[in-house]
Design a protein around this ligand. Sequence first.
Ligand SMILES: *Cc1c(COP(=O)(O)O)cnc(C)c1O
Length: 434
Amino acid sequence: MFVSDCLGVNEKGHLTIGEMDTVVLAEQYGTPLYVMDEDEIRKNARAFTSGIEKYYGGKGHVAFACKAFCCKEICRIADSEGLWLDVVSGGETHTALSAGFPVERLIFHGNNKPATELADAIDAGIGRIVVDNIFELELLNQLASAASKRDKVKIQLRIKPGVEAHTHEFITTGQIDSKFGFALETGEAFEAVKKALEQGNIELVGLHCHIGSQIFDVAAFAQAARVMVDFIAKIKNDLGHQIAELNLGGGFGIKYLHEHTPAPYESFMEAVSKVVLEGCRTRGIDVPTIILEPGRSITGPAGITLYTIGALKEIPGVRTYLTVDGGMADNPRYALYQSKYEMLLAGRANAPKTDSYKVAGRCCESGDILGVDVPLPKPKVGEILAVLATGAYNYTMASHYNRLPNPAIVMVKGGKSRVIVRRENYDDLIRNDV
Ligand SMILES: *Cc1c(COP(=O)(O)O)cnc(C)c1O
């Protein structure tokens, strides 16, 4: 009935997450409030690991892309599930290491990693660095030669496989006109492989691609895998080098709205395994270790945001605005991509959605909108609005616009709730002001 399995309705007609009453949570912790369900996160992570187990003989790793949701507790959960982590900055790396996450299971991404962050990553003994461009390849080799560690730095090269994924332009990344990685069709990627093999202080262990985000099309992933296996075979044939790891990135779509029909997460590995295993057999190359990097699909469905409804502004003959006590500062995704969300009144979760509202935040910005033409029951001021499937790219994209403190994050599990990120206060906002 809801977009996520962890949601339900209790006997009072209140929305629940992990069987906890959301109206009570809003009262207890205040609003705006992010709430996440731990079992849902673990269930989604396991769907990817079991896909690798079932269809690929377990020869792979799932790296949670923590740009989707990053705090110490998610790193601990990822660790306890045996996941790797995909990090894109010194800040994310620091978060993971502070939570005790093993450094050898970190994969460092980014199209312009600062030299200082690369040097720190090498010193820390980071698991993999995904090299984006030739400048970075050379820089990394220099940094690695200067580093105290004697082991070569293990790298993957980011490849643009030229596969079209049908999703929003801002979140497609696999085609030639993208800021990320080396293009395959121009020969740039092959030159990069040659160059990487010539460097003395780095070890080319893998290739990486990531074709976009919020993708529903299993065939697009299979196609990307096919292109990458062909490239691995070419490298083996022409250069005699066996690529050991194939990192296929993330981008698996989730259900934001009822009409979204994401493929079961296991099915990606089912399709990819077929392509890779068969491709390796026919081309006589070794089967690479597969790495998947799901972000949104692990935490997105596990989160909701609770707001208190403020003024309702009816503009006769135009529309009615419903305002909440958060907005683009805690969820900029409508402003960025016109992303649509399912919303409901937490205290009347089954009430028929008889009306339609433009849901606006509290920031001084006309673009501070969470949804347009959102079907809802007629709300009263002070009721709790729940926005569903906000567990990815909400908290990590939050800003302090208008000096709004970031909301708290509460995790629910086994009928209990706990704060995993405290609500910011005004002093947090001025902490670095001089
Ligand atoms: C963003 C990103 C991911 C995760 O994407 P999702 O759509 O959240 O699954 C994985 N790998 C790379 C390199 C990324 O940039």
